[in-house]
Structures are given as C-alpha cells and as structure tokens.
Design a protein around this ligand. Structure first.
Ligand SMILES: Nc1nc2c(ncn2[C@@H]2O[C@H](COP(=O)(O)OP(=O)(O)OP(=O)(O)O)[C@@H](O)[C@H]2O)c(=O)[nH]1
Ligand SMILES: [Mg+2]
Length: 458
C-alpha cells in the first residue's frame, strides 16, 4: 500500500537514560547511513544486519547531534517486515526532536502517523488484527491480568480460535457446495449432511458466544468489574457500601428509601478494579420517584457481574426477597448473600441459598466485612480466567455478533428444510464476518479507527 519511509520516537517524551527512534521503509538504511558515523569500521546496514553499532550522529551541516547505538534490520526480519533502523540516543526530548528533524532534512522520510508501524506489520502479514489489538493492550494495561491476556492474544490464542472456527465453517460449506454443484452426479444423503451441519453449528455458536462474553468481560477489566449491592429497603445496603469503601460515601438513615440514585465508587481489591454500586431498595409497591429509583437499581443489576444481596438478620425473609433471590440466580450473575445486622439477631436462622456464598456481617461495627471482600474477590477471579478473556474492539464484537446471527439463521433454515443454497449463503456471510474480525478481509473503517488509537512510534 504505502511505500514511503517513516520515522518516529518509539519511547515517550521525557528524560531517560536512553530513547529509541525508529525508521521503517525502503529508505531506512539510507537515512541511517546519511547521519551515522561509526566509531570503528562497522556500518549499521545490510552488510551487518541486526548488529548494534556504536557511533555518532551528524546533521546535514556536519554538526554532532549525539553519541548513539544503531541497528539495521533488513526486511522481512523486522517489526514491520520492511527495512527498519533503530537509533538509541540519550533520553532527552530536545535531543530526540533534533535527531528526528535532521532525519527529515535528508528528504528521505516523513513522520509516522499513530500506530503506523504496527499498521505496516499488519499489512505485511506479520500480525493479524487480534494481535495488533494485543500490542495496544500490552502498552496500555493497568493490571497484571490485562498484561496476561494481552500476551496470550499476542501469542495467537484468539487468532487460532477464530481460524479454527473458520475452518470448521468452511468444511460445512464445502460439503454443502458438493451438493449444490453436482446435484445429479453424486449420490448424497442431503438430510444427513444438513443434520451434521446443524449439530456442528450449535457448537460453533457456543464457542462464539463464549468469545463475545470474554470480550465484554475484558472491556470491564480495566474500568472496573461492576459489583451491585442490592436488596430490600433499609436492610443496610448503604452502610455496607460505606464499610466496603472505608468511608462515609452514601447517606445512611433509619427510613425506607434513603438511597435513590445509584452511588458508584471505584475500589481496588487486591489486583482488580471494582466499581461498587449502592442502589435503592427494591420494592414492588414503589410509586412516583421511588418507582424511578427502583428502575435505576434494576439497571445497576443489569450492568453488574457480581451482585451482593443484602438481608436484614433481625427480621424474617419476605416473599419479595425470596423472589428477588431467585431472579438473580437465574440471571447467571454471581450472587453473594450478605446477612447484615447480625448484632441485632440472637440466632440467625438462615433459609438455604443454594449454590450461593453467604456471609454474616455487621456493617455497623465491621464484622465480616473482610470476609465479604474476600468472597467478592474470589467471585471476580472465577469470572476472570485469562483463557476466557478476549480483547476485541466494539466493531469487532459487532462482527462476531453478526456472525452469530447468520449462524442462527442457518440453524433456522435447516430446521425449516430450506434449500442448500440458502443455507450456504448464510454460512458464507458468517465466514466473511469472521475474516473481518482478524483483518483477513479489509474493513477500512475498522482499520482506521483501530490504529488511530495507538501511540506515535508503535
Ligand atoms: N444494628 C445495626 N444497624 C444497622 C446495621 N447496618 C445498618 N444499620 C442501620 O439500618 C438503617 C438503614 O441503613 P442504610 O444503610 O441506610 O440501609 P439501606 O439498605 O441503604 O436503606 P435504603 O437506601 O433506604 O434502601 C440505619 O439506621 C443503619 O444505621 C448493622 O449492621 N447493625
Ligand atoms: Mg441506602
């Protein structure tokens, strides 16, 4: 596509022992040789590939710019698969700028756009889009978890999964196409083929749904996993929220309906970021502004990955609370039951909360808060296993969603006994969506948006 030569600092603006400047493209060697004088006879260039050479940089007028190390990587064994040069100079932004300016004065190169090095690596087939995305995650990660996911994706874990799904679909497509192309010549058990395709597609749908879930979850990792504190009015949700935060953030009052808006705060529990959400008490009979508050609580539950359902130990469980508990567990969210106000109850008679963690707490004096925190952490850790997490951009997620829709369409067509042609067409559309996810089929809009988020020099 582009065949010019680009240059950019690869290290951030700031003072450091060393800064790195990268040059990529057909003139990379020429730029380096124009500016560089080695201390010995060795020149960094095609004759000494990938070898660090010590020397000095000069500008056009012959002024010394810096004492540096330089390396030349001939294509295709470089980050971009083009000819590349790297210069390691002293880490002062003024110095870096002066070197880049002098390189531009040779007239052989221009300043790189954001992400252009990685973009070239992608265009030249060194990485696919899932891997390019992983590179960005590795640079921007704020947590160990994000780093681990980035690394596994850079090593091609997601790419292999998408490719394997694609292969499976292509297999079905070719078995269908035999039927389409040679309807007379080959004796084919059509309904048998269709039945196989249908069973296979079900598995693929499950795999893609899992991928999508992993991507949605990963997008929450950095901003914080949402944990909603919910329950009936006045059970002590806000008190518990404050106890977990370690400060009086939410209003506590001995009357129903104290909390109305959802109150959110970010907290770190060990190595994960958590967005704690205090919500309004849920009650069926709510009217007016209370009705609106309950709606907000419901929305918070929707957004949450983990729900802490708070009960009041000093009174019996209401029917409404039992119903809420059932609803929550049915929604596949991780539910933790916190039985609050144990200081008021002489003996706590707990009904069974099947498959749920139950913690007894007293928000007032802090009893059990540590244990609750531990349970929240464990629940999040169960959700966040590195193998399940996937880094996809919004647009890529939409492509996976669209592939899923086509596959569900395929299932529907087969069930309805529609023609082989129709089924094959939907399958082809699903394959095309998957190809765009990895960038096998170019989607200019996606590419532009993706690489413009990168930093200069990457
Ligand atoms: N004895 C005792 N009282 C508590 C405890 N936790 C909360 N309370 C009291 O229970 C009342 C309600 O507490 P809140 O934290 O406002 O309850 P809430 O669930 O947020 O209430 P709404 O926002 O109105 O739904 C207050 O008077 C608190 O002091 C506890 O562990 N023990
Ligand atoms: Mg409250």
């Amino acid at each position: 596509m582009r065949n010019d030569t680009i240059i950019a600092p690869a290290t951030p603006q700031g003072r450091s022992a060393i800064a790195c400047i990268r040059i990529s493209g057909p003139q990379a060697e020429a730029v380096l040789k124009t500016m560089f004088r080695p201390a010995s006879k060795t020149l960094p260039g095609r004759e000494h590939p990938r070898r660090q050479v010590y020397g000095f940089l000069y500008d056009k007028a012959g002024n010394l710019l810096d004492e540096v190390m330089a390396v030349f990587f001939p294509a295709p064994r470089s980050y971009t698969r083009e000819d590349m040069a790297e210069i390691y100079c002293h880490g002062n932004p003024l110095l870096v700028d002066r070197i880049v300016q002098s390189a531009l004065e040779t007239g052989l190169c221009r300043v790189a756009e954001r992400g252009e090095f990685t973009f070239r690596a992608f265009l030249n087939g060194r990485v696919d889009l899932a891997q390019a995305q992983a590179v960005m995650t590795l640079i921007n990660a704020n947590s160990k978890l994000a780093l681990d996911v980035g690394l596994s994706q850079l090593m091609g874990d997601l790419s292999r999964e998408v490719a394997s799904i694609r292969e499976t679909l292509m297999g079905y497509l070719s078995s269908l196409e035999v039927d389409i192309n040679f309807p007379e010549e080959v004796e084919i058990d059509e309904s048998g083929v269709m039945e196989d395709v249908k069973t296979g597609i079900e598995k693929v749908v499950a795999r893609l749904s899992r991928m999508l879930e992993g991507a949605r979850l990963f997008s929450k990792v950095e901003e914080g996993i949402r944990v909603a504190i919910v329950g009936a009015p006045n059970v002590g949700k806000s008190s518990l929220f404050n106890a977990l935060l370690g400060r009086d953030r939410s209003i506590v009052y001995d009357l129903h309906g104290t909390t109305r808006d959802v109150v959110s705060e970010v907290r770190r529990i060990k190595d994960v970021n958590v967005v704690l959400m205090d919500t309004a008490g849920l009650m069926e009979s709510a009217e007016g502004v209370d009705r609106l508050a309950v709606e907000r609580s419901r929305m918070a539950i929707e957004e949450a990955w983990v729900v802490v359902m708070v009960l009041d130990a000093s009174r019996v469980l209401t029917e409404e609370e039992s119903a809420l508990f059932k609803d929550l567990t049915r929604s596949f969210k991780k539910v933790i039951v916190a039985v609050n106000k144990i200081d008021l109850a002489s003996s706590v008679d707990l009904p069974s909360f099947e498959g749920c963690d139950v913690v007894q707490v007293c928000a007032k004096d802090g009893t059990g808060i540590g244990e609750l925190e531990e349970k929240i952490y464990t629940a999040i850790k169960e959700l966040l296993s590195v193998e399940d997490l996937v880094i996809l951009r919004r647009t890529q997620m939409e492509l996976v969603e669209s592939a899923l829709e086509h596959l569900k369409e395929v299932e529907g067509y087969i069930r309805a006994g529609e023609s082989v042609e129709l089924v094959a067409e939907e399958l082809r559309l699903a394959v095309s969506d998957l190809d765009r996810v990895l960038g096998r089929e170019l989607d200019v809009d996606l590419l532009e948006r993706m690489f413009s988020d990168f930093c200069i020099g990457k």
